[in-house]
Design a protein around this ligand. Structure first.
Ligand SMILES: Nc1ncnc2c1ncn2[C@@H]1O[C@H](COP(=O)(O)OP(=O)(O)OP(=O)(O)O)[C@@H](O)[C@H]1O
Ligand SMILES: [Mg+2]
Length: 460
């Protein structure tokens, strides 16, 4: 791993250098930002410590440059300014963290460690089968927590609305932990009949009850040395909750009908889309269990809160759907992606994924233009819009304002819209557009000139 330091204060520079070297990072340090972009381009570092107030150069420009790089490094800003606007500006430009001088050495160490973990995560998440997207600030925060949780053995509670990616994040924590080569065993509490929860979790001995003609290993034992993912934990019956708490605290289980406890070593990750605190208040969830499993809590933002991730998610799911169907081309036009980005996705990432798969399956390699999108995505206003009403309002407005030549103006506006939309529809074929409108080819050409209709290529 390679790190660069741009910092004009010698003492600060040396401290940073020593910390990085201790972390086995190869370091180059510079006292000015002169030629910084060339240096970065040449050295391709994974990490940069950047002083914003460098002499003769603007740290923000350097940051802006790294932000545009394909393999952009993690940039930690070191600054003498503690004002919010600097911090916000730096974060907006993609800085990983912002540390003000004088700084705490521990803080630097912990940032370096986080970055190291994120780098490992990047490698993990680029495994094609389970790629996890998230460039939005809120998902970056999630990834930081995933990194921290991966390094610890404590239970993790993942909360978030349905379809926000709780299971994929649970899996990521496992893959990122030192148990990644051991089993990851998911169990969905909502999918198991209440009476079977305990035998599913802890297993049973032969003869434990009528019908138990041979012993069964529970999920705890299957997950031994690995991770047990308790999905929809809010649905767990109270009695089983008591046994689960004991199993987590003692790290031992007793199969139904068994007498001897069995030692286990299992990392617990739980997930829920319920408000567990509310369930605790209602007496439906044990308070002690809640505290035990929520040592580490990761809350997943809704898709609406991180719209900027939508285009990349669409690309990923498109790629997956095309390859599943054995197609080489196909996908959404930029205009369609705009519509998707503006839609609120109450079903979050799951809804987006289902939609992409459904559309690609239906239209295969045909480019998916906005007219192929479901009406709810194109917006309610388009569905219910009453243009005559709109025209009435406009006419009244112009009349009250005592505008001149209202008739001519509105007719011209209407002609403009008619012709422009027709040409867009025929992808620039004017003869075809004239035919559709019921105009003579010469008339439409004249109107295009008179009304100064200009169509940009990307509009067609
Ligand atoms: N950040 C992401 N990057 C790529 N794919 C994602 C991401 N988040 C979710 N997905 C995909 O979206 C789908 C839903 O995610 P997941 O099953 O993890 O959600 P969930 O929160 O467990 O939902 P539910 O509450 O409905 O069980 C999955 O197919 C998952 O692979
Ligand atoms: Mg789930």
């Amino acid at each position: 791993m390679k790190g660069l330091i741009f910092e004009d204060e010698k003492t600060v520079r040396n401290v940073l250098k020593r910390i990085l070297q201790k972390e086995s990072i190869e370091v180059l340090d510079f006292e000015s930002g002169e030629n910084a972009t060339e240096t970065i381009k040449r050295e391709r570092p994974e990490l940069i410590f950047l002083d914003i107030g460098l002499k003769n150069s603007n740290g923000f420009d350097i940051l802006r440059y790294t932000n545009g790089m394909e393999d952009r490094p993690y940039v930690v800003i070191i600054s003498g300014h503690s004002e919010h606007r600097y911090l916000i500006e730096a974060m907006k430009l993609g800085a990983y963290d912002y540390i003000t001088k004088p700084f705490d050495i521990e803080k630097i160490k912990s940032v370096v460690n986080e970055i190291k973990q994120s780098l490992r995560l990047k490698i993990v998440s680029s495994v094609p089968k389970e790629e996890v997207i998230g460039n939005s600030q809120s998902m970056k925060e999630v990834f930081k927590l995933v990194g921290r949780a991966g390094a610890s053995k404590e239970p993790v509670l993942i909360t978030g609305e349905s379809g926000t990616g709780k299971e994929i994040i649970a899996n990521l924590i496992h893959r990122f932990s030192d148990r990644s080569d051991k089993p990851f065993i998911p169990i969905n509490m909502a999918a198991i009949p209440i009476g079977l929860v305990e035998s599913e979790l802890f297993g049973y001995e032969k003869g434990a009850f009528t019908g138990a003609d041979k012993a069964k290993e529970g999920k705890f034992l299957q997950a031994n040395n690995g991770t047990l993912f308790l999905d929809e934990i809010g649905e767990m019956p109270l009695e089983a909750q008591a046994k689960l708490l004991r199993a987590i605290q003692e790290m031992e289980i007793v199969p139904i009908g068994g007498r001897k406890p069995i030692k286990v070593d299992v990392r617990i990750i739980a997930a829920t889309n319920k408000d567990l605190i509310k369930l605790v208040a209602e007496g439906k969830f044990r308070e002690d269990l809640f505290y035990r499993i929520s040592v580490f809590e990761i809350h997943l933002p809704t898709l609406k809160e991180r719209k900027e991730d939508i285009p990349e998610l669409v690309n990923l799911f498109t790629k997956q759907a095309l390859s599943q169907l054995g197609l080489k081309s196909g996908g959404f036009t930029p205009e369609s992606i705009k519509f998707l980005t503006n839609y609120s996705f109450p079903g979050n990432v799951r809804e987006l994924k289902n939609l992409v798969f459904k559309l690609i399956t239906t239209y295969r390699d045909r480019p998916i233009t906005p007219d192929l999108l479901p009406v709810n995505i194109k917006g309610e206003e388009e569905k219910n819009f009453d243009w005559k009403k709109g025209l009435e309002i406009e006419v009244r407005k112009l009349l009250t304002r005592k505008r001149k030549n209202i008739y001519i103006k509105l007719i011209e506006d209407a002609e403009y819209i008619l012709i422009k939309e027709a040409i867009k529809h025929t992808e620039g074929n004017i003869t075809e557009a004239a035919k559709l409108l019921g105009l003579h080819r010469n008339t439409i050409s004249r109107k295009i000139k008179e009304l100064e209709i200009v169509l940009k290529v990307e509009e067609i």
